[in-house]
Design a protein around this ligand. Structure first.
Ligand code: NAI
Ligand code: MG
Length: 327
């Protein structure tokens, strides 16, 4: 396996080395290719990513990605959007299962996955900016909706065999299209489904997260709902994600580059470490993936936590403590 490693900016450069130290502990036959992509490169060269970087990434099997600071340039096009499109990483999979020993704002037990369409919707990139008006085209295709609904059904098949389709079909025609295509996929696959309007979903996810199992939705709604979910799951520093296509995959914490804490060595590396866990699962390395979760649980149970969880340990302390348990 060949993995492109993109730490990116801010805390990406702190949490990715921590996550790599955990990956290295397994001594697997994995070749790593480091790439400088992001704000730093944009400052130096005017481009956050170039075609050569993309060629190198396409020669790898998957990407381990930190986070990128958005440059203050109105013409800047998101690197992550470009990677998701060029590598056709159409399914953004975000599991929310609270870690043991993390104090949560809500007492309910829950275990759900947000399956977010990752290549179209309001992030289509089709935009017009005029002096007094701006347009963004929301693109929902049959193929895009079918394949994300199919991915949700595959996940549901190994779980409770039910999905929740989240949309705003009472207002948006593109969403009634998404709802209709997704529900016919569910019927065809023998998966039961219910529907929620996205605003009601944001509310209910906070009050009754235990009601949900596999949630499938469009790009922007999935982006927003997963930050809501991160809040009830203990914080952005704990939540990993996988961007999956048929050929490539990209694994990343769902948080950004956190400039407010960057450089202090206090970022929580668990989201990045659990992204490595998702990467190992994708590679078929279930045993190593399981060991990571147990090591993280054990560290948390001893109160070894970074300041976002009320502790005073550093990013490196956490990585060291997790490595010790893996030994
Ligand atoms: P953010 O996720 O970077 O930070 C939000 C809040 O959560 C901050 O208070 C931060 O300190 C905290 N936080 C995030 N991750 C943490 C961790 N691992 N440990 C402890 N605390 C953590 O989102 P924000 O501030 O909106 O964006 C910052 C920059 O990152 C922007 O330039 C944004 O465009 C970019 N961004 C990049 C993403 C990516 O590359 N995947 C995703 C989200 C934002
Ligand atoms: Mg987001």
């Amino acid at each position: 396996m060949k993995v492109a490693v993109v730490p990116g900016d801010g805390i990406g450069r702190e949490v990715i080395p921590a996550a790599l130290s955990v990956l290295d502990a397994f001594c697997l036959d994995i070749e790593k290719v480091s790439l400088e992509i992001g704000y730093g490169k944009w400052e130096r060269t005017g481009n956050a990513i170039n075609d050569g970087d993309l060629d190198i990434i396409k020669q790898c099997d998957c990407v381990l990605f930190g986070a990128i600071t958005t440059p203050p340039d109105p013409a800047y096009k998101s690197v992550l959007m470009r990677l998701r499109k060029e590598l056709d990483l159409y399914a953004n999979i975000r599991p929310f299962l609270p870690l043991k020993n993390v104090r949560l704002p809500c007492a309910k037990k829950f275990d759900f996955i947000i399956v977010r369409e990752n290549t179209e919707g309001l992030y289509s990139g089709i935009e017009e900016l005029h002096e007094n008006v701006a347009y963004t085209t929301r693109v929902i295709t049959r193929r895009g909706s079918e394949r994300i609904a199919e991915k949700a059904c595959v996940l549901a098949n190994d779980r409770k065999k039910q999905i929740t389709i989240v949309h705003k079909a009472n207002v948006l025609k593109s969403d009634s299209f998404f709802r209709d295509v997704s529900s016919s996929v569910a019927k065809r696959k023998g998966i039961s489904y219910n529907e929620m309007l996205v605003d009601a979903m944001a509310y209910d996810l906070i009050l009754h997260p235990e009601r949900y199992d596999v949630i499938v939705t469009t790009n922007l709604f999935g982006d927003i709902l997963s930050d809501v979910a991160a809040a009830i799951a203990g914080g952005l520093g704990l939540c990993p994600s996988a961007n999956i296509g048929d050929r490539y995959a990209l694994f990343e914490p769902i948080h950004g580059s956190a400039p407010d804490i960057a450089g202090k060595g206090i970022a929580n590396p668990i989201a990045a470490i659990l992204s490595v866990r998702m990467m190992l699962e994708w590679m078929g390395r279930k045993e190593e993936a399981g060991l990571i979760v147990r090591a993280v649980d054990s560290v948390l149970s001893q109160g070894i936590v970074t300041p976002d969880l009320g502790g005073s340990y550093s990013t490196e302390d956490l990585a060291r403590a997790i490595l010790k348990r893996l030994d």
